[in-house]
Design a protein around this ligand. Structure first.
Ligand SMILES: *Cc1c(COP(=O)(O)O)cnc(C)c1O
Length: 453
């Protein structure tokens, strides 16, 4: 192909204005938000990279499908389309709709886990970990060593350490491991992919011990694209074939449709096990809704049925992964320390490397996030000492890219903002806490800048 520029594979039919503020206004707004970007009214954010969850733009086909939503309480046509679309990709026998991913997790672990159990994962996402713990079971992370090293450029940093999995099962006994999970891509590990080879090896260990394997499938399409790009033998497979091959290795999955479902709300739980499906549907009725809507409107089911197929389109994935990499490469080339290689949905800046003069207990990630907002109205999220307190191994600032929302000029603007902040990084000061909640403190914490001595 002679033309190298990768363009947004869509044209824009409906626009949502974003609002400029002045630096003086942002100083006031930040102060009023107690230097916590979660407390900012979103209208005062120019480029919002807080999360890629539920923040994507829907396509004309999704909006058209929404008009076809069948809101019948039971047995709706929309559910049939939702189930058929998901089964086409996953092949799983039972498809149970939920209002988002965590509801699928709560039901799955509620049915499968009990006190004393251990659930291995490459890396548990926060809600996954919390829902495992809620049943009294232990959530264990078994990602490969490279997955914990920010500078390692291993192509599949999301892989599970298969030897560690085998050793764990030997140590605690099969009875205490009700299921194994693989998160694709590995969100908490920087959006890093899992290879087909690794999934196959994990599935083999599971099969040998007769333990079900479930995928946390939130970014299954992005993971499939990385396999196509990086794993020998998959160059000529379609993303859909790759996704189908991976799902065929498992017994079920949990999914947040707010990610690769390309929807603003929704999720689902799949299983091949008839008995479990019955128990799961019983729980679903208790808190989510009847099994043909599970807490969603018929129109949401339609949006997901269409969106989950669009997430596998090659033009979309090529643009998606290239635009994330474009941001990562541009700032890394200028010396900004980031988690390498760029993941699928986000770029993570290493705030300790960016602001070496700010000790961890003065929240370098929060300081950097505040400065990006002051400089250019950009909102990011700290993943570090504010979020995890003393357990934080790194202080990262995550720039999560919503799907199909921002264009290359937005990304160019963002690069400029980051590099401007990088140029005056020596003047950035740390912060101290003035209020913290007893748990999940990052959502509501209040801080203030530490004055120069
Ligand atoms: C977002 C996410 C979840 C939870 O999904 P929600 O829809 O936010 O409840 C679970 N696992 C991973 C990997 C995620 O990224």
């Amino acid at each position: 192909m002679p033309i190298k520029t990768i363009i947004e594979p869509f044209r824009i039919k409906s626009v949502e204005p974003i609002r400029w503020t002045t630096r003086a206004q942002r100083e006031e707004l930040l102060k009023a938000a107690h230097y916590n970007l979660f407390l900012l009214p979103a209208d005062n954010v120019l480029i919002d990279l807080l999360t890629d969850s539920g923040t994507g733009a829907m396509s004309t086909n999704q909006w058209a499908a929404i008009m076809q939503g069948d809101e019948s309480y039971a047995g709706s046509r929309s559910f049939d389309r939702f189930r058929n679309s998901i089964q086409d990709i996953t092949g799983f026998k039972h498809v149970i709709p939920t209002h988002q991913g965590r509801a699928a997790e709560r039901i799955l672990f509620g049915v499968m886990c009990k006190k004393g159990d251990v659930v291995p994962n490459n890396t548990h996402f926060d809600t996954t970990r919390a829902n495992v713990k809620f049943t009294g079971a232990e959530a264990l992370d078994l990602v490969i060593a490279e997955g914990k090293q920010p500078a390692s450029t291993h192509p599949f940093k999301g892989n599970m350490d298969v030897a560690a999995l085998e050793a764990l099962i030997q140590r605690v006994g099969r009875e205490r491991v009700p299921l194994v999970m693989l998160t694709v891509t590995n969100n908490s590990g920087g959006g890093q992919p899992v290879s087909m080879q690794n999934a196959r090896e994990v599935a083999a260990v599971c099969k040998q011990h007769n333990i079900p394997l479930y995928f946390d499938a939130c970014r299954f399409a992005e993971n499939a694209w990385f396999i196509k790009l990086r794993e020998p033998g998959y160059e000529n497979h379609t993303p859909k074939q790759i996704a189908q091959e991976m799902f065929a290795l498992g017994d079920g999955c949990t999914m947040s449709a707010k990610k690769d479902g390309m929807a603003n709300i929704g999720g689902f739980l799949c299983t091949n096990d008839d008995l479990l499906a019955q128990q799961e549907k019983d729980l679903l009725i208790l808190t989510e809704g009847y099994p043909t809507y599970g807490g969603l409107a018929g129109r949401d089911l339609e949006a997901i049925a269409v969106g989950i197929q669009e997430a596998l389109e090659e033009d979309y994935l090529r643009y998606r992964i290239a635009s994330t990499a474009y941001l990562g490469k541009a700032i890394a080339a200028a010396g900004v320390p980031i988690v390498q290689p760029p993941g699928g949905h986000a770029i993570y800046i290493d705030a300790r490397g960016f602001l070496p003069h700010i000790p961890s207990d003065q929240f370098p990630g929060v300081a950097l996030g505040c400065e990006l907002y002051l400089e250019g109205g950009v909102r990011s999220v700290e993943i570090g000492t504010l979020m995890f307190a003393k357990a934080a191994q790194m202080d990262l600032v995550r720039l999560a890219i919503p799907r199909r929302v921002y264009t290359q000029s937005h990304i160019d603007y963002l690069v400029e903002v980051i590099l401007e902040v990088f140029a005056h990084r020596g003047q950035i000061r740390g912060l101290r806490l003035t209020y913290e909640a007893p748990f999940l403190r990052h959502f509501t914490a209040r801080l203030e800048p530490i004055e120069a001595a």
